[in-house]
Design a protein around this ligand. Structure first.
Ligand SMILES: [Zn+2]
Length: 252
C-alpha cells in the first residue's frame, strides 16, 4: 500500500474521532447526535465549518472558543489523534488489506468509543455493544473455517468467571456492561487470546488503581472504568494478533 492510502486512512480516523467527539460531548444531553449544528458548550455560539476541522482548528484557535475565548476541552484533539493513530496502526500492521480489515477497523472504532464513554460516564451503551457484536459475527462468518462452537464456548467460559464476581460483589467490582463486553471479547478473540487480553486488562487496571491509591487520588471505593481497559487491550490484541499469537505459543 502506498503513502496516499495511509494518509487516507489517517484522515478517515480523524473524521471518525471528530464524530466521536459529537457523541461523547452530547451523550446524556437532550441534543440528538445527528441533528443540530455544533455549538460552543459555554456561550452557545454556532461553530462555523472552518472551526470544525479535526486537530487543525483546535490549534489555530489555540484551544479557545472564537467568540467567548472559553477553553475548549483538550479531549477533542486527543480523541481525534488517538482514533487516527489507532486506525493507522491497524492498517500498517495488516500485510493483506481486505474487506476483513475494514470490519476489524469498524470494531476497533467502536471499542475506542467505548473507552472514552466509559472513562467519562462509566457507561458502555448497549447500542455500541450490539453494533460490535453484529460486526464481530460478520467478521467470523466471512473468515474461512470459523469454529463458532469454539468461539461461543470461549466467550461463555470467560463470561461465567466474571459473572460469578459480579454476583458475589453485587455489581461493585465489575459492572454488567463489562460482563457483556467480556462476552464479546471472548467471542472475537477466542481462547487463549481473549483470555490473555482480559488478564492483561485486569493487571493494567489493578496497577492503575494501586497507583491512584498510593498517590491518594482515589479511595478504595473509587470507580474504575474497567471497560476502558478491556477495550484498550482488545484493540492491541486485534492489531498485533499475529505477533501476540507467536508469543502465546511459548505458554502452551
Ligand atoms: Zn464560546
Amino acid at each position: 500500500m502506498g503513502i496516499y492510502f495511509y494518509i487516507f486512512i489517517f484522515l478517515i480516523g480523524l473524521s471518525a474521532g471528530s464524530f466521536f467527539n459529537v457523541i461523547i460531548f452530547r451523550f446524556n444531553t437532550r441534543k440528538g447526535i445527528v441533528k443540530g449544528r455544533s455549538e460552543c458548550l459555554n456561550c452557545g455560539s454556532i461553530i462555523r465549518w472552518f472551526d470544525l476541522i479535526p486537530i487543525l482548528s483546535y490549534f489555530i484557535l489555540r484551544g479557545r472558543c472564537r467568540e467567548c475565548r472559553k477553553k475548549i476541552s483538550l479531549l477533542y484533539p486527543v480523541v481525534e489523534i488517538s482514533t487516527a493513530i489507532t486506525l493507522l496502526l491497524l492498517f500498517l500492521n495488516t500485510p493483506n488489506v481486505s474487506h476483513l480489515t475494514a470490519l476489524s477497523a469498524f470494531i476497533i472504532l467502536l471499542l475506542i468509543l467505548v473507552i472514552f464513554l466509559d472513562v467519562r460516564y462509566f457507561i458502555i451503551p448497549d447500542r455500541i455493544l450490539a453494533l460490535s457484536a453484529i460486526a464481530a459475527v460478520g467478521l467470523k462468518l466471512l473468515t474461512d473455517a470459523t469454529d463458532f462452537s469454539y468461539l461461543l464456548i470461549s466467550a461463555l467460559g470467560l463470561t461465567s468467571f466474571f459473572a460469578i464476581l459480579y454476583i458475589i460483589s453485587k455489581g461493585r467490582w465489575i459492572g454488567f456492561g463489562d460482563i457483556k463486553l467480556i462476552f464479546l471479547i471472548g467471542f472475537l478473540l477466542g481462547y487463549p487470546m481473549g483470555y490473555l487480553s482480559i488478564v492483561a486488562a485486569v493487571w493494567i487496571a489493578t496497577m492503575f488503581s494501586i497507583a491512584l491509591l498510593v498517590t491518594k487520588r482515589a479511595t478504595i471505593k473509587t470507580e474504575i472504568p474497567f471497560g476502558a481497559f478491556l477495550s484498550a487491550t482488545t484493540i492491541i490484541f486485534i492489531i498485533y494478533d499475529h505477533e501476540l499469537q507467536e508469543i502465546a505459543k511459548y505458554f502452551q
